[in-house]
Write a protein that binds this ligand. Structure first.
Ligand code: HEM
Ligand code: HEM
Length: 237
């Protein structure tokens, strides 16, 4: 680890590293798994939203603030600080320059994720709390969003998912080295294979969720879904 890190930075760097795995990484895996209920159709996906909406408001808010927003906000802001500081915390491994390139890609994906998540959280949870209600995050709203304006939001979401799954998968590999879980070259190689598999699996899971919103027929219950001019699917049918 870079010798120039002060004790305090060392501590916060460790907290940053840990928050990437738990809760943020864990949250993303369960989030994409639940979103992939879209493949089973609007009723199943809306069932997931209804479940969270049925929780007592103070419990839902406490969960969101404590388990998602604060850890993610800390990880994101401290992550930008690490990128800006420009001191690669590079570990000497036999993976050489390709390791450097993958490390750089993780920083780039982190910066992209910052913008993507600011947009995503604003247009989902925050918009819902600002008065749009749960309908704004249900199946029909997703169908409309993803099929409108030449599928531009589908592309944005595909990129967001790609960046997030790469960031997490490479992060797990780096995390195992940072915390002394993988020490030998053989162990590092094994985790690298696992990370590659995870990267492919999580990307497909997220893209599958998007495909579900596009392919499955909306229920036609929200105002958004009934706006034919915005819905290319409705133009086709
Ligand atoms: C298939 C793609 C995605 C879909 C359909 C989707 C769907 C949603 C929905 C419906 C919400 C609102 C939840 C609520 O307020 O009850 C939400 C919030 C959120 N999403 Fe996503 N999401 C996707 C991808 C991602 C990715 C890749 C991340 C990266 C970690 C992410 C992180 C978040 C976060 C942090 C929130 C705010 C959580 C909260 O306050 O409850 N999402 N998303
Ligand atoms: C929101 C914007 C984000 C930014 C700016 C960001 C930034 C960063 C940076 C710069 C690193 C490398 C730290 C280092 O050099 O030591 C990192 C590591 C990591 N991030 Fe993120 N990140 C973001 C979101 C996420 C998300 C959504 C996840 C989970 C899906 C995540 C999971 C991780 C993991 C697991 C690591 C590895 C920790 C380690 O190196 O020990 N990050 N992040």
């Amino acid at each position: 680890m870079a010798a120039s890190l002060t004790k305090e930075n060392f501590f916060w760097h460790k907290v940053h590293s840990l928050t990437g795995i738990v809760p943020v990484g864990f949250y993303m895996l369960q989030h994409l798994s639940l979103n992939s209920f879209s493949i089973a159709g609007p009723e199943k996906f809306n069932g997931v939203i209804d479940f969270f909406e049925s929780l007592p408001k103070h419990i839902l808010l406490a969960l969101e603030v404590g388990a998602i927003w604060l850890p993610l906000l800390f990880h994101a802001v401290y992550g930008l600080f690490i990128v800006n500081r420009g001191k690669p915390n590079y570990f000497g491994t036999r993976f050489g320059w390709s390791q450097n390139r993958m490390y750089l890609l993780q920083r780039i994906s982190g910066m992209f994720l910052f913008v993507f998540l600011a947009y995503h959280v604003y247009t989902t949870t925050i918009t819902k709390y600002l008065g749009a209600g749960a309908e704004s995050i249900k199946f029909d709203a997703w169908h409309t969003k993803l099929t409108s304006f030449g599928y531009i939001f589908t592309i944005v979401y595909m990129l967001g998912i790609l960046a997030a799954s790469y960031h997490l998968a490479y992060g797990i590999w780096n995390f195992c080295i940072r915390w002394g879980i993988t020490i030998s070259d053989r162990a590092q190689e094994r985790v690298q294979k696992f990370s590659l598999g995870l990267f492919v699996a999580v990307t497909l899971l997220g893209w599958g969720a998007l495909a579900g919103f596009i392919i499955r027929k909306p229920m036609g219950t929200t105002a958004a879904a009934q706006t034919p001019v915005l819905t290319q699917a409705s133009v086709r049918s």
